[in-house]
Design a binder for this molecule. Structure first.
Ligand code: ATP
Ligand code: MG
Length: 507
């Protein structure tokens, strides 16, 4: 053993961790220093979350050692890890909507701190904990009455209140919009400057470069290296993650032969619903990609909900190949060959205990009717085909889908819809939680299907990506379609300006 370095808070070395059929971590080292923000990057399934779960006592490692400030560290549970000041905030925040904010922050630890519960004290301590994060809200109100971004801050306040040494954030920003991300970042920086070490996992390169000091790159469960971000060019980082020189992200040839001459597939005329989205017109041609840009909450998803019958329009009409359609429920839309891949994979899609294969054939089976059971052999063929096409990483089609990494789960949902051979596919933030290479694969596949005649509605917060993939872009703001941009005008600045243009309200 070398002499202990006072600067090192955590040293994990030679970590091994196996799941049935998968070597999730193979001899991985990880070092975290005092007062640093350290990112862990890698493709979907690289082992990032698993490394964190070993560190926080969720998973038991099969080998290796962990030293926390020089002392052996082997937490048997997240609770025990927390007692040592190692705290994580997962994307699915484990808080209780029907408790107050203050109760959430102190739930389960009143008596150790105060001897007996004093609500007054809890309230003021909660206020104090949040004030440290520059947030002042009414802590006696129910947690459920606050937006996700605030909930996340509350989860952080809960995590760092105790004598915290390490704060771990695994994909914390995927449902936040830009101002919320900024607020989160300033909180994280403040905590670092106050002496905390932070582990930040995200697929957003911009955010990693903006926030983090160092990065550890994993690939296929192995350590590739540790780097100072300022010294590592982006393309190099990506090629380390992917394991090859990176060229698949290059700009797609814009299909110059305007698809507007093509047959109209779907047309909305003043389609809308009170309190959901203002009436809008929309035309999608065969083989065309229509992008949707706009901030989170601008109404993009609501448009998709109307087109897919999740919400029933109370205004205007919808024509499919010139025939008037009324979608009262998703089933109606599915029968009209529309597929919808929603943004929240947790809420809208996967059945966790079913296998990858069962999840993939689900929509197809539903369309066929429950009585026309697909033979197992056929199911297996279909599953294998899409596992290959989408590069889904799994030991086999019979693996329960809950065992897949987050990004690979996302691909399973996409496969489910592609299997139905839709005329129109709606992708809502398909790239959330998906790594750069998988992103490129998924979009390339979707584009290929468009070349074969499928139409695509593509909703994403990443404007660059919307531009790269779309023939036309509709822009939403305040639940209203405010513009449509095409051709030469399709550029980031123009879209941003349109989104940001003063709408008369407060800025
Ligand atoms: N409970 C489990 N049972 C079986 N295999 C698992 C389990 N959890 C993770 N794995 C496997 O371990 C590997 C690493 O998964 P992990 O969740 O750590 O990836 P990740 O880097 O966090 O990916 P993502 O970016 O998609 O979140 C994957 O191949 C995954 O399928
Ligand atoms: Mg993960």
């Amino acid at each position: 053993m070398g002499k202990p370095d006072a600067d090192i808070v955590l040293h994990m070395s030679g970590i091994n961790m196996n799941f049935p059929g998968v070597k999730a971590l193979d001899n991985v080292d990880f070092t975290l220093r005092r007062k640093e923000i350290h990112s862990i990057m890698g493709e979907n399934g690289a082992g990032k979350s698993t490394l964190i779960k070993v560190l926080t006592g969720v998973n038991k490692k099969d080998g290796g050692t962990m030293l926390l400030e020089g002392a052996d560290f082997n937490p048997g549970s997240p609770l025990e890890a927390r007692q040592y000041g190692v705290n994580s905030v997962y994307q699915e925040i484990n808080l209780c909507d029907n408790l107050s904010v203050a109760e959430n922050i102190y739930a389960g630890r009143q008596k150790t701190r105060f001897g007996k519960i004093s609500w007054k004290q809890i309230t003021s301590s909660a206020e104090e904990a949040l004030r440290r994060l520059n947030i002042s809200i009414d802590v006696t109100k129910l947690l459920g009455s606050y937006p996700v971004a605030i909930k996340q801050m509350i989860a952080i306040a809960r995590a760092v209140d105790m004598h915290s040494r390490i704060l771990i954030l695994d994909e914390p920003t995927s449902s936040l919009d830009r101002p919320e991300v900024e607020q989160l970042f300033s909180t994280i920086r403040k905590l670092r400057d106050d002496g905390l070490s932070v582990i930040f996992i995200s697929h957003f390169l911009d955010q990693v470069y903006e926030l983090c000091d160092r990065v550890t790159v994993l690939r296929n469960g192995r350590l590739i290296g540790e780097y100072v971000l300022q010294e590592l060019p982006r393309l190099e980082l990506i090629s380390k993650m992917v394991g090859k020189d990176f060229s698949s992200l290059k700009k797609r040839e814009k299909n110059a032969a305007g698809k507007e001459q093509n047959e109209v597939l779907i047309e909305a005329k003043a389609l809308g619903k009170k309190h959901v989205v203002e009436p809008f017109d929309l035309t999608v041609h065969k083989g065309e990609t229509l992008g949707f840009a706009g901030l989170l909450g601008s109404g993009r998803t609501e448009v998709a909900n109307l087109l897919f019958g999740i919400e029933e329009a109370d205004n205007g009409e919808l024509l499919l190949k010139k025939h008037r359609k009324i979608f009262k429920k998703p089933r109606d839309a599915i029968n009209a060959l529309i597929a919808f891949c929603p943004e929240d994979r947790k809420k809208n899609g996967l059945i966790h205990d079913l296998s990858v294969r069962e999840n993939i054939i689900l929509a197809m089976q539903a369309k066929q009717g429950i009585f026309k059971y697909l033979p197992l052999k056929k199911q297996a063929e279909i599953a294998a085909e899409y596992i290959r096409k989408l590069g889904i990483i799994t030991p086999g089609a019979d693996m329960p889908v809950k065992n897949l990494s987050g990004g690979n789960q996302q691909k399973v949902i996409l496969a489910r819809w592609l299997v139905t051979n839709p005329a129109l596919l709606i992708l809502d933030e398909p790239t959330r939680g998906i790594d750069v290479a998988a992103k490129a694969e998924i979009m390339n596949l979707a584009m290929r299907l468009c070349d074969e005649g499928m139409s695509l509605i593509f909703i994403s917060s990443e404007i660059e990506e919307v531009i790269r993939c779309s023939d036309r872009v509709a822009i939403m703001r305040d639940r209203k379609k405010i513009a449509e941009i095409t051709g030469e005008d399709l550029e980031e600045e123009k879209i941003l300006k349109t989104i940001a243009a003063d709408s008369g309200g407060a800025a």
